[in-house]
Write a protein of this length. Structure first.
Length: 507
C-alpha cells in the first residue's frame, strides 16, 4: 500500500469508528453505561428554558382557590400540550380539505447529454451495384451532444371520487372535536386537582392546629398532675404518663407539620409552578363554601350523559369510524380527474462536432382520466371488515363509558350527601368532646376522677377535632368530584343542550 492510500484510509477508518461508536448500545447489562455525547445532552438540559413565559407570583399576596385555579390554567404544561393537540387537529382538517383543490407543480431542468451511436462503414461491389451487394466493412461511432433547458407546469384536479374526500374531511372534523373536548377535559382535570389538593392542604394545616391544641391540652393535664403530685394527691406513675402523653402529642405536631409540607408541594405541583416560589394560600375559612348539588340524582345523570367531555369525545370517535367506512366504500367506485401539463423546451443538438441546431417549442396536454381498481387481492374487503370492527368497538366503548359515568355520578352524589350528614354529627361530636374534656379536667383537679379518665377525654377531643376538619374537607372535595362527574366543572358557556342521537350507519 502506497503512502497516499494510507493517508486516505486513516480518515475513513476514523469516520467509521466514530459513527459506529455513536450508534453502539450498552456493552453489558451488568452496570450503567455512559453513552457518547451524554455530557452534551446533560449540559443542554441544565440550561434549557421553555419559550412559554411563566406566570408571576406575588410573594406578598394571599391566593384563594379561584386565583390558584386561574394560575394553574395559565401555567400548567398540560393545558398547553392539549392546546397544541387541538391546533394540530385543526391543521388536519385543513389538510384533508386540500384534496378538493387542484394540485399544481412547477419544475425546471437544465442539462447536458453526450451519447454515441454505432455507425457502420459500407462498401458496394462495383461490378454489381445493387442494394443486395452492399457490405459492411467496418464501423465507428457517431457522437451526439445535446443541451436541454426545460420548464414545466403540471396540474391535476380530482373531480369525482364518490364521497372519499368528504368522508376524510368529516373524519378529520371529528378528530378535531375529540381534541377540542380533550382540551376542555384537561382544564377540568386541572381544576379538580387544584381544588382537591387545596382542600387537602387546608385540612393538613388544620391538622397542625389540632395537633398543637392537643399538645396544649396535654401540657395542661401534665401541669394538673404535677400540682396534685406536689400536694401528695397523685402518684409518680401518673406524672410519668402525663409527660409521656405530652411527648407523644409533640411528636404528632411534627408529623402533622410534615404532612402539611407534603400537601403544599402537591398543591404547588398541580398549579404548575416551582416549589421554591413563595406562595401564600388562603385558609379554608377564607374560601368560598361549596355549592349544593342542584337537582335530583336522575337529573345529574342526564346532565352528565349529555355534556361530559370524555363522552363527547367517544361519540365523535364513533362518528369518525362511520366516516372511515364511507371512505372505504368509496374506493369501490371510479375516480375521475383532469390531468394537464404545459412545457417549454429548448433543445440544442450537435452531431459529430457540427454546429448546434435546434429550437424552442411549447408542448401542451390535457387529459380526462378515470380509474377504478378491478382486483386488489381482496384488500378493500378486508379494509371494510376492519373499519366495521373499529366502529363496533367504538360503539361499545361509548356504551361502557356511559355506564361508568352513571356509576361515577351516583357515587359522587352519595358521597356528597353523606359528607353533609356527617358534618352535623361532627359538629355535635366536637362540642360533646370539648365539654367532656373540660368536665374531666375540672373533676381531676378536684380529685373526683382518675388520670386515665382525663387522658381518654383528651384523646377523644383531639380525634373529634380531626374528624371535624376531615368532614369539612370531604364536603368540598365531594362537591368538586360531583361537578367533575357531571361535566359541570370548568364548563364553558354554551347554548342550551339538545338531545343527541348517534347517527345511523348508512349501508
Amino acid at each position: 500500500m502506497n503512502g497516499s492510500a494510507r493517508v486516505l484510509s486513516l480518515p475513513l477508518f476514523l469516520a467509521f469508528a466514530v459513527a459506529n461508536a455513536r450508534n453502539d448500545p450498552p456493552p453489558s447489562s451488568e452496570r450503567p453505561w455512559l453513552p457518547p455525547n451524554l455530557p452534551n445532552y446533560e449540559g443542554d438540559l441544565a440550561t434549557y428554558r421553555s419559550n412559554e413565559a411563566r406566570v408571576s407570583i406575588n410573594p406578598r399576596k394571599i391566593y384563594n382557590l379561584a386565583e390558584l385555579i386561574d394560575i394553574a390554567e395559565r401555567s400548567n404544561p398540560d393545558t398547553r400540550v392539549a392546546w397544541q393537540r387541538a391546533r394540530q387537529a385543526a391543521a388536519g382538517v385543513g389538510l384533508s380539505e386540500s384534496a378538493y383543490y387542484p394540485f399544481l407543480a412547477a419544475s425546471a431542468a437544465a442539462g447536458y447529454d453526450r451519447a454515441f451511436i454505432p455507425f457502420p462503414t459500407l462498401m458496394a461491389n462495383p461490378k454489381h451495384p445493387s442494394l443486395n451487394n452492399v457490405q459492411i466493412t467496418g464501423g465507428g461511432s457517431l457522437v451526439t451532444e445535446a443541451q436541454v433547458y426545460r420548464g414545466e407546469l403540471t396540474a391535476k384536479w380530482l373531480l369525482l371520487d364518490f364521497g372519499e374526500r368528504s368522508a376524510t374531511v368529516a373524519a378529520a372534523k371529528e378528530q378535531l372535536m375529540m381534541a377540542n373536548v380533550g382540551f376542555n377535559a384537561t382544564h377540568q382535570k386541572i381544576v379538580f386537582q387544584v381544588t382537591d389538593r387545596f382542600y387537602q392542604f387546608g385540612t393538613a394545616r388544620q391538622k397542625v392546629l389540632v395537633a398543637q391544641s392537643a399538645l396544649d391540652a396535654a401540657r395542661t393535664v401534665e401541669e394538673a398532675v404535677q400540682a396534685r403530685v406536689d400536694n401528695g394527691l397523685a402518684t409518680k406513675p401518673e406524672l410519668l404518663q402525663a409527660q409521656q402523653q405530652s411527648a407523644q402529642t409533640a411528636f404528632d405536631v411534627e408529623e402533622a407539620t410534615g404532612v402539611e409540607s407534603d400537601a403544599r408541594v402537591a398543591l404547588v405541583e398541580s398549579i404548575g409552578v416551582l416549589p421554591t416560589i413563595p406562595l401564600h394560600v388562603a385558609d379554608l375559612s377564607q374560601s368560598s363554601t361549596s355549592e349544593q348539588a342542584n337537582g335530583s340524582v336522575d337529573e345529574l345523570i342526564a346532565r352528565a350523559l349529555s355534556q361530559r367531555p370524555d363522552l363527547v369525545a367517544k361519540l365523535a370517535n364513533v362518528y369518525a369510524k362511520q366516516d372511515e367506512i364511507k371512505k372505504v366504500r368509496a374506493e369501490y367506485y371510479p375516480k375521475v380527474a383532469i390531468d394537464a401539463h404545459a412545457t417549454e423546451t429548448d433543445l440544442e443538438v450537435s452531431i459529430a462536432h457540427s454546429d448546434y441546431f435546434g429550437d424552442t417549442k411549447p408542448t401542451l396536454g390535457v387529459f380526462l382520466t378515470a380509474s377504478v381498481p378491478i382486483f386488489d387481492g381482496f384488500g378493500r374487503r378486508y379494509k371494510m371488515e376492519a373499519a366495521e370492527a373499529d366502529l363496533r368497538a367504538a360503539e361499545n366503548e361509548l356504551a361502557g363509558a356511559r355506564d361508568s359515568a352513571v356509576r361515577e355520578v351516583w357515587k359522587a352524589y352519595t358521597d356528597f350527601k353523606t359528607a353533609l350528614r356527617k358534618q352535623d354529627s361532627a359538629t355535635k361530636l366536637v362540642a360533646a368532646s370539648q365539654n367532656a374534656f373540660d368536665a374531666a379536667l375540672e373533676s381531676y383537679k378536684q380529685g373526683l376522677s382518675t388520670y386515665p379518665e382525663i387522658a381518654s377525654a383528651q384523646r377523644n377531643l383531639a380525634a373529634a377535632r380531626s374528624v371535624s376538619h376531615d368532614t369539612q374537607s370531604a364536603i368540598f372535595t365531594a362537591a368538586t368530584a360531583l361537578a367533575l362527574s357531571t361535566g359541570d366543572l370548568a364548563r364553558p358557556t354554551t347554548r342550551p343542550l339538545r338531545p343527541t342521537l348517534i347517527r345511523p350507519l348508512e349501508r
